[in-house]
Design a protein around this ligand. Structure first.
Ligand SMILES: [Zn+2]
Length: 279
């Protein structure tokens, strides 16, 4: 698929699993388990699915998955499966990490930034040696001193080295990155998550990150227990879904275990998936 000057490619960077109850907040299990069946310890399968925007000059990666710096204990807790790795997905497109010119990070949670750094000769280094990384300043400020409530989600090895080496560029609020790429702020999940709207005159892809982690999170009350401000998430979801229906946006799901992209419709019961699609 092409939008403006960019060719879009899906980058599969693996799978992991999180507690189904935490993923669906106040929603009773008999409802969510129909679409997202849990394993024997109540975890549901999630993808880490990223997006690559390429043109002649630039190769822009959005988010970097879980990465491979995990110890055995964490691999078991999160059921980390990297049969499809980020690097393997780049290889399929005849690319290497050195080809990536820009990495846009929606926010600094570990399932979005794990692949941003790697260990080389016992030292943390940027995993994309020629890339500039981009994140919201307010999200970075929060990530380096999060509350006890969410500090488990921010692992400094994934991003602090980037700041120290001067390759992390801070963005302040909603702005246009270029003619096609625009950052939309969301503060319900964490503070200053940036969602990525990629559009030209005929098409819009909306990289919704953790505003709608899976297609099961389209209905308004389906808000994650992880969210710091769930009522804010509810308002943000409404605002985005109205636009997505009116302007026929294609929503890109980072974590849905099966569906990468879907369009949205509204009927008397509320918002729901219209069509599922592949790139
Ligand atoms: Zn998150």
């Amino acid at each position: 698929m092409k939008i403006g000057k960019y060719t879009l490619s899906i980058i599969n960077s693996g799978y992991f699993a999180l507690d189904g109850g935490a993923m669906f907040g106040i929603i009773p299990k008999p409802l969510w388990q129909k679409t997202n069946p849990p394993d024997d310890v109540n975890r549901i399968k999630l993808a880490t699915r990223n997006l690559l925007l390429s043109n002649g000059k630039r190769k822009i990666l959005i988010d970097t998955g879980m990465g491979n710096k995990w110890d055995e204990k964490s691999k078991n807790i999160y059921a980390i499966d990297q049969t499809n790795s980020l690097e393997g997905s780049l290889t399929k497109l005849s690319l290497t990490p050195s080809d990536i010119t820009d990495v846009i990070l929606t926010h600094l949670h570990f399932d979005h930034t794990g692949g941003s750094t790697k260990i080389e000769n016992g030292k943390l280094v940027p995993a994309f040696p020629n890339a500039k990384y981009f994140v919201q300043k307010k999200n970075y400020d929060w990530s380096i001193k999060p509350f006890d409530r969410d500090k488990g989600s921010y692992i400094k090895d994934n991003f602090q080295q980037l700041a120290e080496e001067g390759v992390l560029t801070f963005i302040d609020g909603e702005e246009k990155f270029d003619d096609e790429i625009e950052f939309i702020m969301a503060n319900g999940h964490t503070f200053a998550q940036q969602l990525i709207k990629i559009s030209d005159t005929s098409n819009t892809i909306f990289y919704c990150a953790d505003l709608f982690p899976t297609i099961s999170h389209i209905p308004i009350p389906y808000v994650m227990g992880y969210d710091l401000q769930p009522l804010v998430t509810v308002e943000e979801k409404k605002k985005i879904l109205i636009k997505a229906v009116d302007e026929n946006w294609k929503i890109f799901f980072e974590h849905d275990p099966e569906t990468a992209i879907a369009t949205i419709m509204k009927d008397e019961k509320g918002f729901k998936v219209k069509d599922k699609m592949i790139l």
